[in-house]
Design a protein around this ligand. Structure first.
Ligand code: XIL
Length: 385
């Protein structure tokens, strides 16, 4: 071999080595053969696309569940409190506020530089008992204004987004006759958004609901967004809860949600994503928390996987997540955040709702805090067209 050819050979071996190193790095960054935690965090894979969040429970907030806290702070860049900021916990008695857990929640988000969500200011569920017995509209107005003002002001400049009103619509797109509607009248949502905007003009203000894939319900929500905008009331986005299952809603239905919300000029956040793999006790998927099916508790046909998820279903779940995330990525310009409703299967609310005592598998991490195939498939969605 001539000296010149020898040099070329050295150079090409050098570059092959560089390529080998970088190719193997990029492969392990995207999909690993077993379900290892990615060498890069979940939210980093979605950099430039949208935020990736998780709802966290009190055990995680207070640091009792260290493994969960570790996963949340490394894998996600946004948090939502699963229960800790709901009215019944924040203001259980008139004007008696308890911010002990809420303060720790906000502190956790600030320490980790996360996009912090407040959930939820005005909601008919998990409301304080005293609110059910308010007799006059003046009194109701005063309590709601006080709650919104006190809570939003306390976390001004810290909580980045509020689910201002949660689940205000019936399935047909009319307003639910909640205690708020009954006492404050049909403009109560506009009023609550104005109070929230006054208390923190910089916070993102979200209207949040389930079954948004249903055209009639969605139409009501779209009318609300247009009404608030034409009144000059700030609304920053629509939150779509996304408690879905393996087959429903269809990808077309999900795409229509994104297109329709975007058409009224606000971004979409998928605020409570989880995918149930269990049989649904009613034909329609939804998330009205007051429903329960106690007569089905203990029925083995409603709880088919108590000892582990068969591979076929595990794969189906992973494929469903990948399809959904490919669709989200296609519409990245219309989506600001995707938040999972929980971290690990073990703590998912879907083990107890709508039937108590089942074993569900709706999230990205299994009962031993290990990433599932679905975790890999969500990351994989970012690498394909
Ligand atoms: C659920 C929590 O996950 C449960 O722990 C609690 O018992 C009931 O509420 N829609 C919402 C969430 O907006 O606040 C609900 O969270 C799930 C449905």
């Amino acid at each position: 071999m001539s000296k010149k050819n020898k040099n070329i050979a050295y150079v090409s071996v050098f570059f092959s080595l560089i390529c080998l190193i970088s190719c193997s790095n990029s492969a392990s960054d995207t999909v690993s053969s077993d379900n290892e935690i990615s060498s890069d965090s979940l939210h980093n894979h979605f950099k430039g696309l949208f935020r990736m969040g998780a709802a966290i429970n009190e055990q995680t907030i207070l640091g009792f569940d260290k493994q969960s806290k570790e996963i949340v702070t490394t894998e996600f860049n946004s948090i939502t409190p699963e229960n800790s900021l709901k009215w019944m916990y924040l203001q259980p008695e008139p004007n008696q506020f308890d911010f002990s857990v809420a303060d720790k929640y906000v502190q956790l988000g600030l320490q980790n530089n996360m996009y912090i969500v407040g959930h939820a200011l005005v909601w008919h569920s998990q409301l304080a008992d005293f609110m059910q017995n308010i007799q006059s509209s003046t009194e109701m107005n005063a309590h709601v204004q006080n709650h919104v003002n006190t809570v939003v002001s306390r976390y001004k400049g810290k909580i980045n987004a509020w689910d201002v009103v949660n689940e205000a619509f019936n399935e047909d797109g009319t307003l639910r006759t909640s205690v708020f509607y009954n006492q404050m009248g049909e403009d109560y949502i506009d009023q609550v958004f104005q109070w929230a905007a006054k208390a923190d003009p910089d916070a993102d203000l979200i209207y949040n609901d389930y079954n948004v894939y249903k055209p009639s319900k969605r139409a009501g929500i779209l009318r609300l967004v247009e009404k608030l905008k034409s009144n000059g009331t700030k609304i920053s986005g629509v939150g779509v809860q996304a408690h879905w299952d393996l087959n429903s809603p269809s990808l077309q239905e999900i795409e229509q949600i994104i297109l329709d919300i975007s058409s009224v000029g606000v971004p979409v956040s998928f605020t409570e994503l989880d995918i149930s793999v269990l049989p649904s006790p009613w034909e329609l998927v939804g998330a009205e928390v007051s429903q329960n099916f106690s007569e089905l508790e203990g029925d083995p046909t409603m709880n088919p996987y108590p000892n582990g998820l068969p591979d076929a279903i595990q794969n189906q779940l992973a494929k469903r997540y990948e399809d959904i995330f490919k669709l989200f990525i296609k519409h990245k310009d219309k989506i600001s955040r995707v938040t999972f409703w929980g971290v690990m299967d073990k703590h998912s609310w879907l083990n107890d709702w709508p039937i108590k005592g089942r074993t569900n598998y709706p999230l990205l991490f299994d009962r031993n805090y290990q990433p599932k195939k679905a975790y890999q498939s969500v990351i994989h969605a970012t690498t394909t067209d």
